[in-house]
Design a protein around this ligand. Structure first.
Ligand code: ACO
Length: 325
C-alpha cells in the first residue's frame, strides 16, 4: 500500500556577513576563547548587520533552497517559519517571506518553539502535506538572537548567533516501506514546568518591551541529553530503525558537549555526527537547517541516506525527526 510522504527536494541557508570571534568577545567581556571552546565547542558566530532583519535572512535561505530544489516559488503553497525573533510582534515574519517571493496564494505562518522550532515546523508541514491539503512547503528556521542577548551577561551572550536555513518539501506517493524517501516519523514534546529555565524577560503583554534572553545553563544542560535521547528512541520505536542504520545525525547545534553526550548515549558513531556549532554558535531554530545545508552541499548527505534530526530548547520543548533524504 502506498504512503504519502513529505520528500525533501532541496535545502539552502544564509549567514550574515559579519563574523564575531571568541577573541573579539574576550576584548569586550570577562571571558576567553579557551573557556568558550572547552565548555561549548563554539569558536565564532555570525551577527546580522544593522537593518538586516530575520525576514531578510529567511528570504535569502528560502531562495537558496528553491534554487537547490529546482522549483519555482509559485509552486509553494505552504510556508512555515520557525522563529523566536520575528521582525515584529505581528504580522508573522512568514508573510514577509511569502511577499518577497512573489507568492500570494496558499498560506504562510510563524511557529514558535525556540530552539526546537525547526523540528516543530517540519512536523507541522509534514502533517499538512500528508493530509493532502497542501502540495509543496517551504520550512524555514530563521533567527537574529543577537538582538535579544544581554551583551553584558557572559553566561549567555557567548552562546548564540544569527542565521537562517530552509528546506523544500513535496508531498509524494511512496511505496509505504522503510526505504521510502521523505519524513518517516516526527515526535514532539513540551513541558511548561521548565518555562523559567530558559526565557526572555520581556514581551508585548507582560512588559511591552522585547526583553533579553535569560538562562539557567546548568539546568538546561541537566535535562538536555535525557530529553533528546527519549524522543530519538521514540523515532526508533516508531520506525524500527536503529542507531547503526543512521547515516547522519544532524542535531540542534547548542553545545558540543550536549551533542557528544547524546550521540554517545545512543551509540551513534562520532563520524556520523554533523557539527557546525564551532562556526555558527547556537542559532536556535536555524541551527538544524544550517547544519543540514553544510552536510548536503559538501556531499556527505546524499539521496537515500537516513538522517536523524533532533532539538531541545526553551519551554522546555524537544523533538526528533527521521528523514530519508
Ligand atoms: N567565560 C568565562 N567564564 C564564564 C562564562 C564565560 N563566558 N560564563 C560563565 N562563566 C563562569 C561562571 O561565572 C562560573 O564562575 P564561578 O564558578 O566563579 O561562579 C563558572 O564559569 C561556571 O559557570 P556555570 O554556568 O556553572 O558553567 P557551566 O559549566 O555550566 O557552563 C554553559 C555554562 C556553557 C552555559 C553550560 O551550562 C551549558 O552549556 N548549558 C547548556 C545551555 C545551552 O546550551 N543552552 C542553549 C539553549 S538551549 C538549547 O538550545 C539546548
Amino acid at each position: 500500500m502506498t504512503a504519502k510522504r513529505s520528500v525533501v527536494l532541496g535545502c539552502g541557508s544564509y549567514l550574515p556577513r559579519k563574523v564575531l570571534t571568541n577573541a573579539e568577545l574576550a576584548d569586550r567581556i570577562d571571558t576567553s576563547d579557551e573557556w568558550i571552546v572547552q565548555r561549548t565547542g563554539i569558536r565564532q558566530r555570525h551577527i546580522a548587520a544593522d537593518g538586516e532583519f530575520t525576514s531578510h535572512l529567511a528570504i535569502n535561505a528560502a531562495r537558496a533552497a528553491l534554487d537547490h530544489a529546482g522549483i519555482d516559488a509559485q509552486q509553494i503553497d505552504l510556508i512555515v517559519l520557525a522563529t523566536s525573533t520575528p521582525d515584529n510582534t505581528f504580522p508573522a515574519t512568514a508573510v514577509a517571506v511569502q511577499h518577497a517571493l512573489g507568492i500570494n496564494h496558499g498560506v504562510a505562518f510563524d511557529l514558535q518553539a525556540v530552539c526546537s522550532g525547526f523540528i516543530f515546523a517540519l512536523a507541522t508541514a509534514d502533517n499538512f502535506l500528508r493530509s493532502g491539503s497542501h502540495k509543496r512547503a517551504l520550512v524555514i528556521g530563521a533567527e537574529t538572537f543577537s538582538r535579544i542577548l544581554d551583551w553584558s551577561d557572559r553566561g549567555t551572550c557567548v552562546l548564540f548567533g544569527d542565521g537562517a536555513g530552509a528546506v523544500v518539501l513535496e508531498a509524494q506517493d511512496q511505496p509505504g516501506k522503510p526505504t521510502d524517501r521523505g519524513i518517516l516519523t516526527t515526535h514532539l514534546r513540551s513541558d511548561g514546568r521548565h518555562k523559567s529555565k530558559l526565557f526572555v524577560d520581556g514581551g508585548p503583554s507582560s512588559t511591552q518591551t522585547v526583553g533579553h534572553l535569560r538562562m539557567e545553563g546548568r539546568e538546561v544542560f541537566k535535562h538536555a541529553v535525557g530529553m533528546i535521547t527519549d524522543v530519538i528512541v521514540d523515532a526508533f520505536n516508531a520506525t524500527g530503525a536503529s542507531a547503526e542504520e543512521i547515516d547522519w545525525f544532524v542535531p540542534h547545534q547548542a553545545n558540543k558537549r550536549i551533542i557528544d553526550a547524546s550521540a554517545h548515549k545512543l551509540h551513534i558513531a562520532p563520524q556520523k555526527v554533523v557539527l557546525t556549532v564551532d562556526l555558527h554558535g547556537n542559532t536556535s531554530a536555524a541551527s538544524i537547517p544550517l547544519a543540514l545545508n553544510v552536510a548536503v552541499k559538501d556531499g556527505r548527505v546524499k539521496k537515500g541516506d537516513l538522517v536523524l534530526l533532533e532539538a531541545m530548547g526553551g519551554g522546555f520543548t524537544w523533538g526528533s525527526a527521521l528523514v530519508r533524504w
